[in-house]
Structures are given as structure tokens and as C-alpha cells.
Design a protein around this ligand. Structure first.
Ligand code: UD1
Ligand code: CA
Length: 444
């Protein structure tokens, strides 16, 4: 296929979001909308990318990075005006893919199909269209007698008969460079919003005798645009559903796919079982044969094979579990490395810690990692037995095969093989509690 320049429109305010954050930086399934679009474009093999930024331009640039060209649109006078700003970044003769930064469900396969259709039709412009169950406020596709697209009419400018059209504009187009540049400066703002609409380029190309074909996307979900918070939630849900389906296809069991929230970047091995209410975010990697959940939150962590997590576990960034590790119920970990076969079964906080292999960390153990100013590390060796309700005042190190008596507050290093007892001795005051109660003092 011909090489292309992708122009991603991301300058709009996103008024309907009612937000101080630029719309394209809102997250769907753990990633800003714009990054979903960039990922699809790059996965489609396009690396010549120009983003049009305006509202919150610096924030958008900071989020996306230096790798891309940025055209600045200031003020924002519509999608056609946005493309005008990108003209200096185009290469004469090179085809142009235009997309919006607010369509996070679009994937590389759909972009590939659009490009193939564009090439096969030999058109001057090919528009990606769809027939969603609810055509909502999308621009309507008006077909001519020849079957080509004659015009795109924005919802706000459409009368009832045009609004009745079920085929809508996705906002994604392939253009021949010459066709686009011939009409882009002729756009007029004679519409309900007083903006320069890119959609008007279609009729303008037709008027010059050009060909505008449609590539109809069978899966209408692909084109869903995010304009408000309801659509943002729906897009996130759809992305999570898609991820769950892909994981199941790869051999992961998910008891209730509608109740798990697994980000696109997460990888999970076969034969792992995910129970309901699992929130698995960021760059988390989970091995095979694990049992996760229910009600578990895992962020940017690496979990080996055969681990048992939850219920109600919270693994925060930097958690690294070896194989066959247990992080049981109401266990919180952060920046913690746990060796193969070690167990933290109940009610513990393990933060800034390194624990060796086959150690057992008793119920209610806490690594006291913060002295109010700095964070410190707790280091525990192999085959250590930590009795219940122990505290480790970091920095502190416990040697291999050491034991910690239940209820200890460990402030000093424990040598390998030693038993540390770090708690007050018990003192029993006889006849204390009920001393003055005659019912218990009859014999006196
Ligand atoms: C646009 C299309 C509509 C299509 C829909 C698909 C136009 C006129 N309408 O409508 O036919 O059905 O997308 O989702 O093109 N933007 C700029 N600068 C601007 C205005 C917008 O960069 O001056 C960017 C926005 O940041 C956004 C994208 O263009 O990423 C689309 O803008 P938006 O206002 O969401 O257009 P829609 O009303 O959804
Ligand atoms: Ca939109």
C-alpha cells in the first residue's frame, strides 16, 4: 500500500465533557483517548503522523511525546480549519489519512480495510462509514445516484429526512493529496456552528469531478466517538470487553467478563482464572495458572506463574511476585519483591520490601517503611517464619530461616536461623479485674 501521512485532529475543546482537561486526554480503559488512536495508527504501519493541537496543546504534546509533528490550531474554527493547519506538514503527492483524536475504539484492522478500499476504488477520497443502531448526532452520509458519497451533512444542519439516514460519518478519511489540497482552502463556515467543516470537502471534491467512495465498517463500535462523559464510560466499557474477549481467546478464564477491568497493555498467561471485580491496570504482567480475585486491584506489577491473589488484594506499582506466591485477602503491596513460594496470606502491608523464597509472612504483618520523611527497605531472607501481627521498622534485615515471634516489633537486624522475640513480656496481676466484685470474692 502507498505510504501515507496521518493527520490526527486533537485541537478541540471538548465542550460537552465539561472539563478543564482537554477531551483527548480523558482516559478510556486506562489510556488517554488520543493514545488509543495513535496506537491504532502505528499498528496500521503509519509512522508519519501529524497531530493538530490547540486547546491544551502543551498538555497534549507532553502526553504524546516528541515523536510526532504538531500543527497548532489557534483558535479552533472547526475540523476543516484544523486540517488547514496541517497542510505544511504534508508531503506533496503523498496520500493523507485524517482521523479524530476522540475515537478510541478504532483499530488497525479497520484502518487497513479503509486503506485497501481507498486503493482498490482509486478514489480521490474514501470515507469510513458505519450504520450504528443509534445514528445519534453523527454526520449523515448522503449517497449519490452513482453510489458514491455525494455529501456529508452534520446532524445540526440536517432536516428530518436527512436525520433519518442510518449511515454515518466516522470522521476517518483517506484523501489523495491533490484532491484534498485543491478544496481545503475553499471551505465556508455557512453552517449551524459557524465552523469550517472538513466534511464539506467531500461535496467539494465531487463538484470538481472527483470520486468519493465509502468503506462501510460492519462493526459500528469501531467508529464510536467520545463527546461526553456517557460516551467516555461506554468507550471504556467496550475496550475492557474487547480485552476480556481477547484474553479468553488466548486461554485465560474469566468468570464474569462484564465485571473485570483489564487495561489494553496487560498481559496474562493461559489457564489463569480471573474472578469478578478484578481491576488490572497499566503494564501489569501475570503468568499462567494464577488465581486472581475476586475484588483485586493490581497496578503496574509483575506476577509469576501459579500465584494466588486475593480476594481483596491491592498490588500497587512495583510489586514483583515470583512463582507460586500467595498475596491473600486484604494484603497490600507496593514496590515489593517476593520470591518463589513465599506466602503473605492475610491482612498485611508489604511496602518497599524484598522477601526471599518459601518464607511465610504471618497474618497482620506490617513493614513500617516510612519514617515521616524517607522510605526504607525491609529485607527478609529465604524460609523465614514471621509470626502474626509483627511490625518491621525499616531499614531492617532478617536472615534466612530466622523466626519472628508473633507480635514482635522488629527494630534490629535478625541473624540467619535466630528467633527474634521483640515484644513486652507478659505480666499477670492476680485478682485484678474483678477484685472489688463480691460475686468473685466470696472466699475472701
Ligand atoms: C465530527 C464530524 C462528524 C462525524 C464525527 C465522528 C465534522 C464537521 N463532523 O463531528 O461528521 O460524524 O466527527 O466522530 O467534521 N477538532 C479540532 N479542531 C477543531 C474542531 C475539532 O482539532 O476546530 C478535533 C476535535 O479535537 C476532535 C475531532 O476534531 O478530536 C472531532 O471534533 P468534534 O467536535 O468531536 O466533531 P463531531 O461533532 O463529533
Ligand atoms: Ca467527536
Amino acid at each position: 500500500m502507498n505510504s501515507m501521512t496521518a493527520v490526527i485532529l486533537a485541537a478541540g475543546r471538548g465542550t460537552r465533557m465539561k472539563s478543564d482537561i482537554p477531551k483527548v486526554l480523558h482516559n478510556a480503559a486506562g489510556m488517554p483517548l488520543i493514545k488509543h488512536v495513535l496506537a491504532a495508527v502505528e499498528a496500521a504501519g503509519i509512522d508519519d503522523i501529524c497531530m493538530v493541537v490547540g486547546h491544551g496543546a502543551e498538555q497534549v504534546k507532553a502526553c504524546c511525546g516528541e515523536r510526532y509533528a504538531y500543527a497548532v490550531q489557534q483558535p479552533q474554527l472547526g475540523t476543516g480549519h484544523a486540517v488547514q493547519q496541517a497542510l505544511p506538514y504534508l508531503t506533496p503527492g503523498r496520500d493523507v489519512l485524517v482521523l479524530c483524536g476522540d475515537t478510541p475504539l478504532l483499530d488497525a484492522a479497520t484502518l487497513g480495510a479503509l486503506r485497501a478500499q481507498f486503493a482498490a476504488a482509486g478514489a480521490d477520497c474514501t470515507v469510513l462509514t458505519a450504520r450504528p443502531a443509534d445514528a445519534a448526532a453523527y454526520g449523515r452520509i448522503v449517497r449519490g445516484a452513482d453510489g458514491d458519497i455525494a455529501a456529508i451533512v452534520e446532524y445540526r444542519d440536517a432536516d428530518d429526512s436527512l436525520r433519518a439516514i442510518g449511515e454515518v460519518n466516522s470522521g476517518v478519511y483517506c484523501f489523495r493529496y491533490a484532491a484534498l489540497t485543491a478544496v481545503i482552502d475553499e471551505l465556508k463556515a455557512d453552517n449551524a456552528q459557524g465552523e469550517l467543516y472538513l466534511t464539506d470537502a467531500v461535496a467539494a471534491i465531487k463538484a470538481r469531478g472527483g470520486r468519493v467512495s465509502a468503506c462501510v465498517c460492519a462493526d459500528a463500535e469501531q467508529i464510536a466517538g467520545v463527546n461526553d462523559r456517557v460516551q467516555l464510560a461506554e468507550a471504556g466499557k467496550a475496550l475492557w470487553r474487547r480485552k476480556a474477549r481477547q484474553l479468553m481467546a488466548d486461554g485465560v478464564s474469566i468468570l464474569d467478563p462484564d465485571s473485570v477491568y483489564i487495561d489494553a497493555g496487560v498481559s496474562i498467561g493461559a489457564d489463569t482464572l480471573i474472578e469478578p471485580q478484578a481491576y488490572i491496570y497499566g503494564d501489569t504482567v501475570i503468568g499462567s495458572g494464577c488465581h486472581i480475585g475476586p475484588a483485586v486491584k493490581i497496578i503496574d506489577s509483575v506476577i509469576g506463574d501459579g500465584c494466588d491473589i486475593g480476594p481483596f488484594a491491592y498490588l500497587r506499582p512495583g510489586t514483583r511476585l515470583g512463582d507460586k506466591v500467595k498475596a491473600g485477602h486484604f494484603v497490600e503491596m507496593k514496590n515489593a519483591q517476593i520470591g518463589n513460594g513465599s506466602k503473605v496470606p492475610h491482612l498485611s502491608y508489604i511496602g518497599d520490601a524484598v522477601i526471599g523464597e518459601r518464607s511465610n509472612i504471618g497474618c497482620g504483618t506490617i513493614t513500617c517503611n516510612y519514617d515521616g520523611v524517607h522510605k526504607h527497605t525491609t529485607t527478609i531472607g529465604d524460609e523465614v517464619f514471621v509470626g502474626s501481627n509483627s511490625n518491621f521498622i525499616a531499614p531492617v534485615t532478617v536472615g534466612d530461616r530466622a523466626s519472628i515471634a508473633a507480635g514482635s516489633t522488629v527494630t534490629e537486624d535478625v541473624p540467619a536461623g535466630a528467633l527474634a522475640v521483640a515484644r513486652g513480656r507478659q505480666y499477670n496481676s492476680k485478682d485484678w479485674a474483678r477484685r472489688k466484685d463480691p460475686r468473685y470474692n466470696k472466699d475472701k
